[in-house]
Design a protein around this ligand. Structure first.
Ligand SMILES: C[S@@+](CC[C@H](N)C(=O)[O-])C[C@H]1O[C@@H](n2cnc3c(N)ncnc32)[C@H](O)[C@@H]1O
Length: 311
């Protein structure tokens, strides 16, 4: 059963019924198994939430060894855990990504977030939402169409029980531009979009006057943006990996001003790797073993840029 506070009541014209329907066996064959795992989580009382440290989570005052073992088993049933880490009592979820490293590159540029309402497009399980709440944000709405990530958020929320953090099973194409946010984030989404310029225009429409966006994406350090014909680092559905000139131009064309590059970093096999909580193959298998500067397809290895623009 959904919890009472599982929908932000102020998003009145977002497709609530459609989002709710996606939490169903009809929409996803694994839904019942995932929900059963969440229902089997032990009832533990969270102490103070820890949202300002690398591993987001909480302590439990009285948790027996059996309860912790049960909790770990339930959370493992929601494999693969890509974004994190999380620390739930003594259970450390060592996720595929050190998302805390990305947060450390982003947080100084975002600054204090007191009073801010934030939309995180393609939020995964909501890791960055927790960090933004830790930085003072009023409310964070994440959207992500991948149901297992929404289920991971549901599991973490069951323990942390925060009144103003949602991860909704919606794609960016599902939401109307009727409601604007103080910050709109799109991290790791642009290169999956068929029309990246349209995506940035939609972000602009969702950004409050005086608000800002965070655009984080793979980029190429090359004269021309890259339009992979086939896979890129073994990923399908990569439309474009822009160079910084094109990316800035698209943000400007959408209407953003004062566009600032706040970080440019290669993705390393220390930041993205296989762990016991993400047992599939990871970045190391996507790089050329003889030349880690290239992907297995012979294209430039992943380089990520983070930009901020103001409306
Ligand atoms: C590379 S991950 C990035 C996750 C996170 N934002 C980060 O920076 O670590 C891309 C995410 O975008 C989500 N996604 C894919 N298509 C989307 C869409 N149409 N709308 C919103 N999110 C989407 C995927 O499910 C995935 O969780």
């Amino acid at each position: 059963m959904p919890q009472a506070n599982d929908w932000p009541s102020w998003l009145t014209d977002w497709p609530e019924a459609e989002a709710r329907q996606r939490f169903s066996a009809e929409k996803h064959g694994d839904y019942l198994r995932w929900q059963a795992a969440i229902d089997a989580m032990p009832a533990l009382e969270a102490g103070a939430l820890q949202l300002s440290q690398a591993a987001v989570g909480c302590d439990f005052a009285d948790a027996s060894a059996e309860q912790i073992q049960q909790l770990e088993q339930c959370l493992q049933a929601l494999h693969p855990w890509r974004k994190g880490p999380f620390q739930l009592g003594s259970v450390h979820i060592d996720t595929e990504w050190h998302s805390d490293w990305k947060w450390d590159r982003l947080a100084p540029a975002m600054g204090g977030l007191e009073g801010q309402r934030i939309l995180d497009i393609g939020c995964g399980n909501g890791y960055f939402g927790w960090r933004m709440l830790g930085a003072g944000a009023d409310a964070v709405v994440g959207i992500d169409p991948t149901l297992v990530f929404c289920m991971q958020h549901r599991a973490v929320q069951r323990l942390l029980d925060h009144p103003n953090h949602w991860v909704l099973p919606l794609g960016v194409e599902d939401i109307p531009a009727s409601h604007r946010f103080d910050w709109v984030l799109s991290m790791g989404v642009l290169y999956h979009r068929k029309n990246p310029q349209e995506h940035i225009k939609q972000m602009y429409a969702l950004t409050e006057d005086g608000g800002k966006c965070v655009m984080e994406t793979l980029v190429v350090d090359a004269a021309d943006s890259l339009y992979p014909q086939d896979r890129y680092a073994r990923m399908r559905n990569i439309g474009v990996i822009p160079n910084l000139t094109d990316l800035r131009q698209w943000m400007t064309d959408a209407g953003y001003q004062n566009i600032e590059l706040i970080d440019l970093s290669p993705t390393t096999t220390e930041e993205q790797r296989t762990t016991s909580w993400m047992r599939f193959e990871s970045l190391d298998k996507s790089l050329d073993p003889r030349n880690p500067g290239l992907t297995v397809e012979g294209l430039p290895a992943p380089l990520r840029a983070m930009l901020i623009g103001a409306r």
